[in-house]
Design a protein around this ligand. Structure first.
Ligand SMILES: [Mn+2]
Length: 379
């Protein structure tokens, strides 16, 4: 049995004001080709299908087109669960009708009956645990032992009735934060205060666990418990990361061989560092770019001039102007400090460096002229 595991599509994502729909469409085209060539019977999408509970129409059209090509066109089944960005009810819309066509949309934890597929060795059960807040799980399962994400996951896993001694092969698709995972900047935390983490041991008994939530591809405590990572880099903390899907080959005993298949995006997300003059000489590119400008001096129209080289420039960082909120002379009385010393300390606060003789001289010249003009203008 072969299947493909992916997650965290975030269709409709907007990054620094730019709609990524075109990039997401290009990656989904690649995924259709991968599915066509892989011999996979099933595609698992482990949550965060959309970026928002109410996705923009272009994102809905993109998913509609993709599912039509895969489920109707290639006759490959799809099991999709809701993540913490999705609306459970919207993802689960018409699910009972769609099941007969091989499209398993699992929005709410209320409906997690397995999708059963057969190969020459017998059946494989594909279970799902969509994302749900612990209080929601407590209400739906009528179980007061649910206090946090860990106890919620325990209760939901137990309901599936999968044990280590089972005689059927089982796969689980879930959206959760497994303890010890490597986070990026683009995941929305599952819990504010209190722990969102679940230990990987709760998944004992499954032959493969297809996780969603963390955007960097990784294993979670065991080789068969994995995050596929997101479809596309959704923050500059994921710059230069290769995104991929997992091609899983399961044998008659449930043993899985996992091969990541990379998804090279049309455009990459890159961070470029240097002085303004250096960066302007770099080869032009339509990648999504963050420029870390190392100039300490003011740079006029940085955005306009850099956009000539990088039309998809999204963000400029000025590490030398990154004031960290600490002021070295915060307690000094500014009324007793000379203009020169005030500026010297301001400069150090803003840039982290001591002022050089050129800058100090230029400042003195400007202030002297200003003070002279003010004196002369007085009646
Ligand atoms: Mn996500």
């Amino acid at each position: 049995m072969r299947f493909i595991h992916t997650a965290d599509w975030h269709l409709g994502r907007i990054l620094f004001g730019v709609h990524l729909t075109e990039d997401q469409a290009a990656v989904l085209d690649l995924l259709v080709d991968i599915l066509k060539d892989s011999g996979a019977q099933m595609l698992l999408v482990s949550g965060d299908v959309y970026d928002r509970a109410v996705p923009p129409p272009e994102a809905v059209r993109l998913l509609d087109d993709f599912l039509g090509r895969v489920v109707a066109g290639l006759n490959i089944k799809v099991l999709m669960i809701a993540g913490n960005h999705d609306s459970p009810d919207r993802v689960g819309f018409a699910s009972k009708i769609l099941e007969s066509r091989g499209l398993f949309m699992r929005g709410s934890v209320g409906n997690t009956s397995p999708a059963v597929l057969e190969d020459e060795h017998g059946p494989v059960d594909f279970f799902s645990i969509p994302y749900a807040e612990p209080p929601t799980v407590r209400d739906i399962m009528l179980d007061d032992s649910v206090k946090d994400h860990e106890t919620a996951m325990q209760v939901l896993v137990k309901r599936n009735g999968v044990s280590a001694t089972k005689n059927r092969r089982t796969v689980l698709s879930a959206h959760a934060f497994v303890a010890g995972g490597d986070e990026s900047e683009s995941e929305r935390p599952l819990s504010v205060g209190g722990s969102a983490a679940v230990p990987h041991g709760v998944f004992d008994g499954y032959d493969y666990v297809a996780l969603g939530h963390l955007h960097r591809p990784q294993t979670a405590g065991a080789d068969h418990i994995r995050y596929s990572g997101s479809l596309f880099p959704y923050s500059f903390s994921e710059a230069d990361q290769d995104k991929s899907v997992n091609l899983v080959e399961m044998d008659q005993n449930g043993l899985c061989r996992v091969t990541p298949v990379t998804l090279p995006g049309k455009r990459r997300l890159r961070i470029v560092r240097g002085l303004m003059d250096e960066v302007l000489c770099l080869p032009s590119s339509d990648d999504y770019i963050q420029v870390n400008l190392l100039d300490a001096n003011p740079v006029l129209d940085a955005l306009g001039r850099l956009r000539v080289v990088f039309p998809n420039l999204l963000h400029i960082e000025r590490p030398h102007l990154a004031w960290d909120g600490s002021r070295e002379n915060a307690r000094a009385d500014h009324r007793k400090t000379s203009h020169d010393d005030l500026f010297r300390s301001f400069y150090k606060d803003m840039t982290g460096d001591d002022i050089g003789p050129d800058m100090a001289g230029a400042y003195r010249k400007i202030t002297e002229r200003y003070l002279r003009e003010r004196r002369e203008a007085l009646p």
